[in-house]
Every structure is written in structure tokens, then in C-alpha cells.
Design a protein around this ligand. Sequence first.
Ligand SMILES: Cc1ncc(COP(=O)(O)O)c(C=O)c1O
Length: 399
Amino acid sequence: MNPLLSRLQPYPFERLKQLFAGITPNPAYRPISLGIGEPRHPTPAFIKHALAAAMDTPGSDLAGYPQTLGSPELRAACAAWMQRRYGLAVDAATQVLPVNGSREALFAFAQTVIDPTRPAVVVCPNPFYQIYEGAALLAGADAYFAATDPARNFAVDWDGVPESTWAKTQLVYVCSPGNPTGAVMPLEEWRKLFALQDRHGFVIASDECYSEIYFRDEPPLGGLEAAAKLGRAGFPGLVAFTSLSKRSNVPGMRSGFVAGDAALIKQFLLYRTYHGSAMNPVVQAASTAAWNDEGHVVENRNLYRRKFAEVTPLLEGVLDIRLPDAGFYLWAGVRGSDTTFARDLRAQYNVTVLPGSYLAREAGGGNPGTGRVRMALVADTAECLEAAQRIVQFVQNRS
Ligand SMILES: Cc1ncc(COP(=O)(O)O)c(C=O)c1O
């Protein structure tokens, strides 16, 4: 067996299962989960119709093998969206590649980029999305977890990464808007990271799958947008990962795309051709329709905005919480052990939240998720409100 498999850490939800083993939740309450970050707003009907119609359309039906590069229509739709959303002119032929959801792409990208014959470090934010760590380890690299600063809206402390680590760094994952913090990386942070990139020659993978769910007037800055603003023509060493899962409520469709540095995209396409990661043609057709429509995205964002506007004030009184920049999580300080909080809440009120320490690693003398829990406000507003009311009671009763 590949010995690197043994370096993989248990996924946060496996750890949650263990934490809850032996608990009998209070039967007076029906279960509510704020645990998993899976979109639960309905899939727009026009996307389902596009999927069904493609089945009977020669060229996009199931009768042929799809190309890894994707259809020209899909790549054009992705490029047009980049233009509308970020004002960027990306070349649909060389700077865009469809992927089967951003998760597989974030993983596969490390396998494409990392040279394991040299010392290899992958820098991830801490807390982070666990795929980054697994991708680094299976590529034969070590993961370095860079601290984030709660006092600076959870900005990654790039200055705190030692020079000796940067010297070995081949890949940096950026997660903006962040999971679990919801923080958007501002232009000045990008400027700093690009300066480090110029000095040390690493590649940047910018994970932006929450970019369309935001609570401020201004939409989140994208990595490629930041590069363009800072005069980095051609996005050297930078690839952004975008997804329909959250934007269009189609997590089951497995559809996203990457865009950026044409030289990296070319090598990624080569890797993906061997890996066999072409997108199903029917999914390509439905994805084209989804990227070409913005109305459903505005509606979806408004749903989240109304939900967060109702739920956040309720919890603000009892937890260290505030409206995030973007995303669909509350990253709540619980004043005490996050695992005890999650266990007791489940036992007494049948509400599931994810302990923050499961989403981060011990680094620099502590685990930055300790004392926090992640709540995914993915269910409808009534259910999230009921969960919040139970949490308020729970906190008031325990203090
Ligand atoms: C930070 C982050 N990146 C990527 C993904 C993967 O999303 P998908 O594969 O559905 O595009 C998720 C999913 O929850 C996520 O939270």
C-alpha cells in the first residue's frame, strides 16, 4: 500500500461521530444539524431542466466520451462569468478548465504541482478545509499550518511563517472567503503574498467556492482579480478554484472550474487526462446554463442574508459571534471547551455543531479552533432559528 495513506487524518465528521458515541439526545427535541456545510436551498428548476434536456441532445448526451478540456460552450460561459463578476478577460481556450467540483480539483492540483524529489511544504491556513492537508500529504509534501489572527478578521499571518519554511514551500492554499471563518482576504494581504511568491517561487491555489454568498455590499475580492489589480498580467503562479455547489445549490452535480496561469492549467489538464477527470457531458450542459444565469444567485444570496440577519442577533447575546464577510458559517466562540459544548448541546437539545478544534491543527503552541464551534446555516430560516433558540437556552442554563 501507499505508505502516505497512513498519514491522513480522520475527517472532522468521523471525529464528531466518535464524540457523540454513547449519547442519547434528548427525545423532547427533533434533531437539527448545523454540522455539515452542505447547501440545502433548493436546486433551481432551470438547472434540472437543462440537465434533463441535455440527455436528449446529440453532442451533449451520454453517447460519447467527454473531453477533459470541456466543451467550448462551458469554457466560454465560465470565462464570461469571470468577466461579469471580476471584470477579468480570461482566455477560455487556455486559462479555464472545468472540474468535477472544487474538492477533487484542490486535491488533484497538489498532485500536479508538487515535486516530491525536493523538500516540499504546502502552506495552509489554520483553521482550514481538510482536503488541503490530505492533498499535501499524498503528494509527498508536509503541511505547514499558518496562524490566523482573530483580531484582524482571521487574516493569515504570512509574516509569521519562517523563512526556512518559505524556502521549501511549493504550494500555498488560500481560502477566501474562508471556511470556517468567513473572512475575505483583502488586497493588501494579496500584495504581501504575491511578494513572498516572487521571492520564493511557490504556486498559489485560491479556493473561492463561497465567493457568491456574502453579507457586505461589495462582493468578495477574487485571487485573479487581486493579481490583475496589482499588475500581474497572466496571473503567474496562480490558479483560482470556483464551484457551482454553493453558488447554484447543486452540490450533487459536482461542477466547478479552475482559471488562471495558462502554463499551470496546461499541466493540470495533462494530469487530469490521465486521472480520467472529464466532466459528464450532461453536467457540462447544465453547468453552462448555471454559469450563464445570475438571477438565481442573487435570490440565493438574499435567502442567506435574511437568514443570517435573523439568526446572528439571537446568538450574539450568548456567544462570541458576528456576521462574517461571506460564506454560510458562524464561527462562534463558546467560552470553554468546544468538544464539551458540542457534546452537551447534542445531548440536551439535539442540535449538532462542529467543534472548532476538529477544523484546525495544533501549531505554534495551540489549536486555533479550540473554544470555537462552526455552525453551518444551511437549513431553512425557521429551522436555523429554532436551533439558535435552543442554543440560547443551552448557554443560559449552563452558566
Ligand atoms: C473551503 C471549501 N473548499 C472546497 C469545497 C468543495 O466544494 P465542491 O467540491 O462542492 O466544489 C468545500 C466544500 O464544503 C469547502 O468548504
